[in-house]
Design a protein around this ligand. Structure first.
Ligand code: ZN
Length: 375
């Protein structure tokens, strides 16, 4: 893996952690505010209950005063009744006294009612006070925890920012800009390639792009989402295993009716894969670009078998494994499918490893094909 990619992946992790910490720090005051809001509700409830108690007490005092006044009035009427001259005057006073006594009874009833209510109100006030006390303690605890958490988060955030700055210093500036620009719009700036797909946007890569990512020589961008691409470490591992532990490469048969070759130079087209086939006494030749898998030029047909018909193409080419039917070849059209291109590349890699290690099969030598052979 390229060092820039490794650093970008680390940077992505750090960026994620920074976002998480920032979110958490922003979330804590909101949680405290929510509890405080509840606390304010309980406080209002308590105030309402206390106001009601005070109103009841005022009403009771009013009734008490009124009763006292009425009793004084009755006492005055009784004194007057001793001095009256006529029965009529006496009866009038008695009526007044009766009226006042009725009023006293009514007031006493009211006072009794208020006393009964006072018990309930008292209970309500006490319960709300207890609730308030509990909530206040809770919020103090929460606030303390929030403060502690925020302090820790801020410390971690400062550390993460330091790490980020350090990492940024080790990444090419143009890459960093691309990473940040794409991150801003898409939430991430770097994406894994798995099964020929960009895992950032799920689009299948063009063969050329995929090969560039696989070669790991330079930074490659996704054509569709612009994220920086890297090969999934799992695939990279498989790839390595395939190239390292390939003790026995399957060797193509010399007399196969179809033969695939790798040619490092083909006219002005550079590296190509050649597909030579024999059919009905004729030989055909297809030429494909090894990076894009695109068919170059027309299919060439000559008389005889391909070894006789295209000796100049075979000499100096590397023979590869591969065999597909004529219909399949037609079906590929002007571009080899990715799987075919992959298998040819894999076999080419294996052939090179084999050539370097000096092992030679008993069949055809991959780097220097022999003349028409009788098997
Ligand atoms: Zn993409």
């Amino acid at each position: 893996m390229l060092p820039d990619i490794e650093n970008l992946l680390k940077l992505q992790d750090i960026d994620k952690e920074i976002r998480r910490l920032q979110d958490e720090i922003a979330e804590l005051p909101k949680r405290v505010a929510a509890i405080e809001h509840k606390l304010a509700g309980t406080r209002a409830q308590l105030e309402k209950a206390q106001t009601a108690v005070k109103a009841d007490e005022a009403a009771r005092r009013k009734y008490d005063t009124s009763i006292k006044d009425l009793r004084e009035k009755i006492s005055k009427y009784r004194d007057q009744s001793l001095a009256v001259k006529t029965n009529e005057q006496y009866r009038a006073l008695m009526t007044e006294i009766q009226f006042a006594e009725k009023e006293i009874t009514a007031h006493e009833d009211k006072i009794l009612e208020l006393m009964v209510n006072a018990d309930a109100r008292d209970k309500e006030v006490k319960a709300t006070q207890a609730e308030l006390k509990e909530e206040t303690a809770e919020i103090e605890k929460e606030k303390q925890q929030a403060r502690q958490r925020t302090l820790e988060d801020e410390k971690l955030l400062a550390e993460a920012r330091g790490q980020r700055d350090q990492l940024r210093g080790g990444i090419r500036e143009d890459l960093l800009r691309q990473y940040e620009r794409v991150s801003k719009f898409r939430g991430s700036g770097i994406a894994e390639v798995r099964d020929h797909k960009c895992m950032g946007c799920q689009v299948i890569l063009r063969p050329q792009t995929y090969n560039d990512v696989r070669s790991g020589k330079d930074i490659v961008f996704c054509d569709s989402c612009q994220r920086i691409l890297y090969l999934s470490p799992k695939e990279e591992l498989v790839e390595k295993k395939e190239t390292v532990h390939r003790p026995k490469r399957h060797h193509p048969k010399v007399d196969a009716p179809q033969a695939w070759y790798y040619r490092p130079e083909f006219a002005s087209d550079g590296e190509v894969f050649l597909c030579l086939t024999n059919a009905g006494g004729q030989a055909s030749r297809r030429v494909y670009d090894i990076h894009t898998g695109r068919l170059i030029g027309d299919i060439l047909i000559r008389e005889g078998n391909y070894r006789e018909a295209f000796p100049e193409d075979i000499t100096g080419s590397t023979r590869l494994n591969g065999g597909w039917s004529e219909e399949e070849l037609d079906g590929f059209g002007t571009e080899l499918p990715m799987v075919i291109l992959d298998s040819l590349h894999a076999d080419l890699d294996a052939a090179r490893v084999e050539a370097e290690s000096g092992s030679r099969g008993k069949h055809e030598v991959p780097t220097a094909p022999t003349s028409p052979a009788a098997s």
